[in-house]
Design a protein. Structure first.
Length: 123
């Protein structure tokens, strides 16, 4: 059995998609621009990396590899992981809601970190 801990993957979930919704009103174009800044992984590339690790019977699969830093922080200090995720969520929410130019945001601020705007499956 394996568990997958993904970072941002380029799917329709990033902008609501069919089975999820973003919990605050932001135009889809703005959402796409923001998530492109955090370099989402291509789904086919993600799947091939995950399946290769499943074939090796790896128990915990963290993809992409740069996400392991945040995964380790969360494993070593859950309180610090929650704190950093909360800060990143607040930053992401401001970036998505405010009218400033998203392309001017620094790229490294959210690369590989959890806490991006929460996407919830529709019921």
């Amino acid at each position: 059995m394996s568990v997958v801990c993904p970072d941002v993957i380029r799917t329709s979930l990033l902008t609501g998609g069919r089975y999820a919704k973003v919990l605050f009103a932001t135009p889809v174009e703005r959402q796409r621009a923001y998530f492109e800044r955090v370099r989402p992984m291509d789904p086919a590339r993600f799947a091939s990396r995950v399946l290769a690790q499943v074939a090796r019977n790896k128990a915990i699969i963290v993809v992409p590899s740069h996400y392991k830093a945040m995964w380790w922080i969360d494993r070593l200090s859950p309180a610090l992981g929650r704190f950093l995720a909360g800060k990143l969520f607040a930053f992401s929410k401001r970036a998505l809601i405010e009218s400033r130019d998203i392309t001017a945001l620094p790229e490294a601020t959210s690369r590989g970190a959890p806490g991006l705007p929460r996407v919830v499956p529709e019921r």
